[in-house]
Ligand binder design. Structure first.
Ligand code: HEC
Ligand code: HEC
Ligand code: HEC
Ligand code: HEC
Length: 347
């Protein structure tokens, strides 16, 4: 009898071990992030933080280029955005761009080596818009990127295509199966932390401007027209935001009530601007480029790759761990004389 009991105990503890192997091993670090007693604590796994450090190291910057001498617009034939730079600044930026976006291919990733002025490669046409987009981010979206700013490297990290982009999901149309429209639900997806929440919470919120706020503002439900289904889309987006930044919900919310802004850390406001900024990037830059991209770069519904929080953040709450990389590239931190487009977009 006793030996059977011991065997059962052994089996049970083996089962427990197996269950726990999915969890992160202690010790963990924690940092208080809100007022005392609110339970607003950030929990970190120091080993994961260490592993992320490498991906967030900043590449070295070329020495600054002289700003005097003839303008790029005088030296070259087809410069539509960077014409106001000195030709030394222009060349320094070209070399840096090649190392950030196409380190293996170099200049020919965007240029026909026989004629640098030609716009025959789609990559060059896209890159021109990307320069305008980066300037727009650094000048018009300081409410989010602050003085830290971004460069091509913030998203690309030495890759032709940033590692973290999203496409629209091919949602099963209503009536196509007996459950009807599943809204991409109950198909555990990485985009929502392997939960069964709607797995494309991006189209409604980061392309469209559907209401993210779902909590009622009156005691009785008749004041609140939002459904539980809508709340699930909000939770999908929030899961993406938290995992992209490597934080818990309490990094932005006092979880006593998610809808209230009272006692919330300033990071929630930064995130609010971030949502609007990402919409601007997708609507003003990415979507209009759809027809410029070749078919093999498009998603399953034929749409262009789009930006979300993870595109820049990649698991840390300040991209590149807050390194102020953009300060070494004044060409990208201001709207250059030729970039008329971004001047119009300025708000
Ligand atoms: C990621 C794409 C990309 C890469 C890589 C790249 N360029 Fe460019 N290049 C551009 C774009 C975009 C323009 C046009 C800028 C504008 O319109 O203001 C341009 C313009 C030029 C021009 C001006 C040509 C003319 O007469 O109009 C020269 C010269 C040039 N690049 C040199 C280089 C060199 C040298 C390299 C490699 C060290 C390089 N580029 C790498 C995108 C790229
Ligand atoms: C906010 C993030 C972000 C920033 C900043 C950014 N890019 Fe991009 N870039 C993207 C996304 C998203 C795509 C679409 C991916 C694809 O090609 O399908 C893209 C695509 C490109 C492509 C096309 C690559 C290909 O093979 O299809 C080029 C070239 C490019 N970017 C150059 C640049 C340059 C140069 C800069 C800096 C001046 C820059 N990007 C800054 C997000 C960014
Ligand atoms: C990086 C900051 C940030 C993180 C992390 C975050 N949220 Fe949010 N949350 C926001 C912002 C900003 C809004 C308001 C969005 C708007 O109005 O556009 C919001 C709104 C919400 C709402 C809607 C509230 C209402 O008024 O109805 C819910 C619910 C919510 N969050 C839940 C969560 C959950 C659950 C988590 C963790 C999985 C989480 N949030 C993580 C920033 C964050
Ligand atoms: C174009 C790149 C980019 C994208 C896309 C982006 N961010 Fe950021 N974010 C930054 C930069 C750069 C900073 C650092 C600003 C600073 O130094 O204060 C930052 C800072 C933040 C902070 C403040 C962190 C802190 O502790 O002070 C929050 C919160 C945040 N981002 C949330 C988001 C959310 C949520 C999204 C998606 C809706 C998003 N970001 C998308 C570039 C980006």
């Amino acid at each position: 009898m006793r030996s059977i009991m011991i065997k059962i105990l052994h089996l049970a503890s083996l089962g427990l071990l197996l269950l726990l192997s999915g969890c992160e091993r202690p010790p963990m670090d924690s940092i208080q992030h809100g007022y005392r007693g609110t339970g607003m604590v950030e929990i970190y796994n120091p080993r994961i933080v260490e592993a992320k450090a490498e991906n967030n190291a900043v590449p070295f910057a070329l020495p600054p280029a002289p700003t005097d001498g003839p303008r790029a617009s005088q030296v070259y034939k087809n410069v539509q955005v960077l014409g106001g730079l000195s030709s030394a600044q222009f060349t320094r930026l070209m070399v840096s761009m090649a190392s950030w976006v196409a380190p293996n291919e170099g200049c020919v990733y965007c240029h026909n080596p026989a004629n640098f002025a030609e716009d025959s490669k789609y990559t060059k046409v896209v890159a021109r818009r990307m320069i305008q987009m980066t300037q727009n981010l650094n000048v018009n979206w300081t409410s989010h990127v602050a003085n830290t700013g971004v460069t091509c490297y913030t998203c690309h990290r030495g890759n032709n295509i940033p590692q973290q982009v999203w496409f629209k999901r091919d949602v099963t149309p209503a009536g196509a199966n007996f459950i009807g429209d599943k809204a991409g639900q109950n198909e555990p997806a990485l985009s929502v932390g392997l939960s069964s929440l709607p797995n494309d919470p991006f189209t409604p919120f980061l392309l469209g401007a559907q209401d993210i706020r779902v909590g009622g503002v009156t005691a009785l439900p008749n004041g609140n027209k939002h459904s539980i289904k809508q709340a699930e889309w909000t939770y999908g987006l929030m899961t993406h935001m938290a995992t992209s930044l490597g934080v818990n919900c309490t990094y932005c919310h006092n979880t006593r009530t998610f809808s209230s802004w009272e006692g919330n850390p300033p990071q929630r406001a930064t995130a609010w601007y971030g949502i609007r900024m990402v919409r601007d990037l997708n609507l003003t830059y990415m979507e209009p480029l759809q027809s410029t991209f070749p078919a093999h770069r498009l998603g399953e519904t034929g749409d262009v790759a789009k930006v979300y929080c993870a595109t820049c953040h990649q698991g840390v709450y300040k991209p590149l761990n807050g390194a102020q990389m953009a300060k070494d590239y004044p060409e990208l931190k201001a709207i250059t004389a030729g970039n008329l487009d971004a001047k119009v977009a300025k708000r």
